[in-house]
Design a protein around this ligand. Structure first.
Ligand code: GDP
Ligand code: IMO
Ligand code: MG
Length: 422
C-alpha cells in the first residue's frame, strides 16, 4: 500500500506535468485531487508537446489508471476538447481513465460569473484564468453545485436550470452581458459525451487498489502559495492545493500518505496578480522569462519572474510535510554569472523575519538576498549529480541545507529524458 503526493511549492507551473509523466511508470494510479482546467501541465517526449488541463499526467503511460478525483471541478466542454486532442495517440480511455461521480461540474454560467467578479474588482482583480473555478467551488461549499454523477439522472436539466436561474440573477446584479445559447448547446453535447466515460465512486477504486498493495501518485495542480488557506490570500485559487487536500480530494486516509514530493523551479514565477516579494523588474527578470519561456500553458499570459524565495519554501515544506525535493528548470539559470536567493524578509517596520508574513498583500515585504556563483555553462550533456558543474552542486547543497530536505531530482530541460535522478 503506497500513496505518494507530488505538489508544486510555488505559484504553480513548476513542471508538475513533466515530473508526473516521468514518475508514472512507478505507480498503478495517477490521480488529480483538486483544481480543474485552470491547470496547464506540459509533457514533452518523442518530439511532441502536450498540455493537459484536467486529464492526469499519467495518461500516456499504458496500463496506468488515471483518476479525476472528487476534489476536482470539471468542465465537460474542455474535457471533450482534451480527449479529442489525444485522438492520434491511441489511448484506451475505457481502461485507464476514471472520473469521480462527486467531482463538481463547471457550467457555462460559472465562467460568466468568474468574468463578472473579476471585472467588478477593477485593479484588485485576482488575474483568474476565467475557467469558472472560483464560482464552481463557491457553489460546492454553498451546497448548490451539480456533480458529475448528476448527469445520469432524468432531472439533470431541471437541476441545471435551477442553478443557472440563480446565476442569472447574480449576473444581472453585476450588469454582465452574455449570450448563453451557443455555450449551453455545446455544454449539453459535451455532457452526453462525458456519459460515455467511466464515472464512479473513485474513492472505492483507489482504496481497493491500495488495499491490494498497489501504488497511487496524487498529482497536485497550482502550487502551495496559491492554496486558499495558506497562500497569498485573496490572490489564490479556490482549492486546497496542499497535501491535506489529497485526503478530501480523493477520499483517502491521511495515514495512507507516504512520500511527499515538493517540486520547485530553481527560481520563481507567478502568473496573474498578487504579491511576489522576489519579483524582478530588471534585465535579470527579462532574461529568466525569455530563457525559461515563461508564458502560461493555459492562458498564454507572460509569467512574472524572480529569484528563489527560501522563507516561502520553508513555509510550504512545513505545511505539506515534504519529504523529497525536485528542482526544475536548472538549465534556465545556466547563463547567469551570479544567482541570488532570498533568505529572509524585511518588513515595513524594519523587522527581519524568516516567516511567510500574514500581511504580504497590503504591506511591503523586502527580500534579503545572498548571492551565489552561477555555473555559467550548458547542462545539456549532464546525466548525473556527479557530473554537474561545482557551482550547481553548491547551489543544490545550499538549498538543501536551508530547507532541510534532500533534492533528489534535477530537471535540465522540458523533455522526459532531461531529468537527473539521484
Ligand atoms: P506545471 O503546471 O507545473 O505542469 O508546469 P507548466 O507545464 O505549466 O510549466 C512548466 C514549463 O516548463 C513547461 O513549458 C515545461 O515544458 C517546461 N519545463 C519543465 N521542466 C523544465 C526544465 O527543466 N527546463 C526547461 N527549460 N523547461 C522545463
Ligand atoms: P498549474 O496546475 C499557475 C493562478 C491564476 C490566478 C489565480 C486564481 O498549471 O500550475 P483561478 O483560475 O484558479 O481562479 O486563478 O491562480 N493559477 C495558476 N497559476 N499555474 C496554475 O496551474 C494556476 N491555476 C491558477 O493565474 O492568479
Ligand atoms: Mg501550468
Amino acid at each position: 500500500m503506497k500513496m505518494d503526493v507530488l505538489l508544486g511549492l510555488q505559484w504553480g507551473d513548476e513542471g508538475k506535468g513533466k515530473v508526473v509523466d516521468v514518475l508514472a511508470p512507478n505507480y498503478n494510479i495517477v490521480a488529480r485531487f483538486q483544481g480543474g482546467p485552470n491547470a496547464g501541465h506540459t509533457l514533452e517526449f518523442d518530439g511532441n508537446k502536450h498540455v493537459l488541463h484536467q486529464i492526469p499526467s499519467g495518461i500516456f503511460r499504458n496500463s496506468i489508471k488515471n483518476v479525476i478525483g472528487n476534489g476536482v471541478v470539471l468542465d465537460p466542454v474542455i474535457f471533450r476538447n482534451e480527449i479529442k486532442k489525444l485522438d492520434p495517440f491511441n489511448i484506451n480511455f475505457k481502461d485507464n481513465l476514471w472520473i469521480s461521480n462527486k467531482a463538481q461540474l463547471i457550467l457555462p454560467t460559472h465562467r460568466l460569473l468568474d468574468a463578472a467578479y473579476e471585472k467588478s474588482k477593477g485593479n484588485k482583480k485576482i488575474g483568474s484564468t476565467l475557467k469558472g473555478i472560483g464560482p464552481t467551488y463557491q457553489d460546492k461549499i454553498a451546497r448548490l453545485g451539480l456533480r458529475v454523477g448528476d448527469i445520469f439522472y432524468a432531472n439533470f436539466k431541471e437541476k441545471y436550470q435551477k442553478l443557472v436561474d440563480a446565476h442569472k440573477t447574480i449576473l444581472e446584479f453585476y450588469q454582465h452581458d452574455y449570450d448563453l445559447e451557443e455555450a449551453e448547446k455545446t455544454f449539453f453535447e459535451a455532457v452526453e459525451y462525458l456519459k460515455t466515460f467511466n464515472v464512479s465512486s473513485t474513492e472505492y477504486l483507489i482504496n481497493n487498489e491500495l488495499k491490494a498493495g498497489k501504488s497511487v501518485l496524487a498529482e497536485g495542480a497550482q502550487g502551495s502559495l496559491l492554496d486558499v488557506d495558506f497562500g497569498s490570500y485573496p490572490f489564490v485559487t479556490s482549492s486546497n492545493t496542499m497535501t491535506a487536500g489529497v485526503c478530501t480530494g480523493l477520499g483517502v486516509a491521511p495515514n495512507s500518505i507516504q512520500k511527499v514530493y515538493g517540486i520547485f523551479k530553481a527560481y520563481c514565477t507567478r502568473v496573474g496578480s498578487g504579491p511576489f516579494p522576489t519579483e524582478l523588474f530588471d534585465e535579470d527578470g527579462k532574461e529568466l522569462q525569455k530563457v525559461g519561456n515563461e508564458f502560461g500553458a493555459t492562458t498564454g499570459r507572460p509569467r512574472r519572474c524572480g529569484w528563489l524565495d527560501i522563507p516561502a519554501l520553508q513555509y510550504v515544506i512545513m505545511i505539506n510535510g515534504v519529504t523529497e525535493l525536485f528542482m526544475m528548470k536548472a538549465d534556465v539559470l545556466s547563463g547567469f554569472k551570479k544567482i541570488k536567493v532570498c533568505t529572509q524578509y524585511e518588513l515595513e517596520d524594519g523587522t527581519i523575519t524568516d516567516e511567510f508574513p500574514y500581511d504580504i498583500v497590503d504591506s511591503e515585504v523586502k527580500p534579503i538576498y545572498e548571492e551565489l556563483e552561477g555555473w555559467n555553462c550548458s547542462l545539456d550533456n549532464i546525466n548525473s549529480f556527479e557530473d554537474m558543474p561545482t557551482p550547481l552542486k553548491n547551489y543544490i547543497q545550499y538549498i538543501e541545507e536551508k530547507l532541510g530536505v534532500p533534492i533528489n531530482l534535477v530537471s535540465v530541460g522540458p523533455d522526459r529524458t532531461q531529468t537527473i535522478l539521484r
